[in-house]
Design a binder for this molecule. Structure first.
Ligand code: FES
Length: 107
């Protein structure tokens, strides 16, 4: 069973359009479609986000969810503090909101 992280239930299940990604001190707004992971969206826009297992196990792809709401099926690499801080595994996270803001630099 998956886990959802982010802002209120009331705005979830919008059709995703884009995600704003902060990485290496810069901010990029990239397209993100329904069912696509944030990691995949970043890769398609040639941002070279950190990753290793791409299976929710290692935590290398972790970033902070600043705005929006996501769902993850696998989240083995998440610890209690990560949930508290709204950290997410970008290789697993799919958008439930139209837009979101993700910050790799915060993790
Ligand atoms: S790349 Fe290993 S958890 Fe995402």
């Amino acid at each position: 069973m998956g886990v959802k992280i982010g802002t209120s239930d009331s705005i979830e299940n919008e059709t995703p359009e884009s995600v704003t990604i902060r990485i290496n001190g810069k901010e990029h707004k990239v397209p993100c479609v329904e069912g696509q992971t944030i990691f995949n969206a970043a890769m398609r826009s040639k941002l070279e986000p950190p990753a290793s297992c791409v299976g929710g196990v290692c935590g290398t792809c972790m970033a902070r969810l600043v705005e929006g709401r996501i769902e993850m099926e696998n989240f083995d690499a998440m610890h209690e503090d990560d949930f508290k801080n709204k950290n997410i595994l970008t290789c697993q996270a799919v958008l439930l909101t139209k837009t979101a803001v993700i910050d790799y630099d915060a993790c």
